[in-house]
Ligand binder design. Structure first.
Ligand code: UDP
Length: 244
């Protein structure tokens, strides 16, 4: 498979065409951003860690019967994915109050939620990714009713699989963001990445942050934390991951 033209540059990844029309080549960047790109930094080694973590998690989800766009990892920072027509949506699932949920609704950070709370955001940097509801999605024709339902169901299933996975490596899955797309055969699949950039991950013993909040709030170096998440996932992968 050969890498061809660059077709998209995001904050954290480059996307290239390949000689296969429905397959794309992704290269993870070292760039870290927060606050819709207002805070921006090159962090050596971040691309490699997020590519490796995402690859392991997508593999694990596949074992659990959850399809994603992920095909395979190519190198430390590169992977092949299925081309997908992306919904202009960010889907956030929350198990514990934190971040914008705590701020907006006045719920203390760390409060366990009675059930997983699902939120939609419009993926539009110029508008600062506003929170939206199902009527907004329908009226803006971002997705049809049945598609919204499928996305919700998949997001909740992914949440269950991820809660269990992270629990086994002593991590509390506080919340995370997902993106979905439609492949050439018209199937809705999980896309983008699942990494400490897109999840809040707290150590189960001491609530230590193992995610991008440390960068957002200037609390220190994220590389050892992301490495810790990868090491725990790799250890589990070695032991049992594919047998459960
Ligand atoms: N998130 C993300 N990309 C975004 C916004 C949020 O990956 O553009 C993730 C974030 O890492 C967290 C979850 O979605 O795990 C919920 O984020 P929140 O709405 O609390 O926003 P934040 O506090 O990050 O601004």
């Amino acid at each position: 498979m050969n890498k061809k033209e660059l077709i998209y540059e995001g904050k954290a990844k480059w996307l290239f065409e390949t000689d296969e029309p429905n397959i794309l080549w992704v290269t993870y960047k070292n760039q870290a951003t927060a606050g819709n790109g207002v805070k921006k930094e090159e962090i050596l080694g971040k691309g490699k860690l997020n590519n490796q973590i995402t690859s392991l998690i997508f593999d694990h989800l596949e074992q659990k019967g959850i399809k994603s766009h992920f095909i395979k990892s190519l190198s430390d920072t590169e992977q092949l994915i299925q081309k997908a027509d992306m919904f202009a949506l960010e889907v956030v699932v929350r198990n514990v109050a934190a971040g914008s949920f705590s701020k907006r609704l006045g719920v203390k950070e760390g409060t366990e939620l009675d059930f997983p709370v699902l939120e939609f955001y419009l993926k539009e940097d110029e508008l600062n990714d506003p929170i939206i509801n199902e009527d907004h999605i329908k009226v803006l024709q971002l997705a049809a009713e049945e598609e919204i339902e499928q996305i919700q169901q998949q997001a909740l299933k992914i949440n269950q699989a991820l809660i269990e996975l992270f629990k086994r490596i002593n991590i509390r899955l506080v919340d995370f963001k997902l993106e979905f797309g439609k492949t050439a055969d018209n199937k809705i699949v999980l896309a983008d990445e699942i990494s400490p950039d897109t999840c809040r991950l707290w150590d189960l013993d001491n609530n230590d942050r193992l995610d991008k909040d440390v960068f957002r709030k200037d609390l220190g170096d994220i590389i050892p934390l992301y490495q810790e998440v990868l090491d725990r996932l790799m250890q589990l992968d070695k032991e049992t991951m594919h047998n459960v």
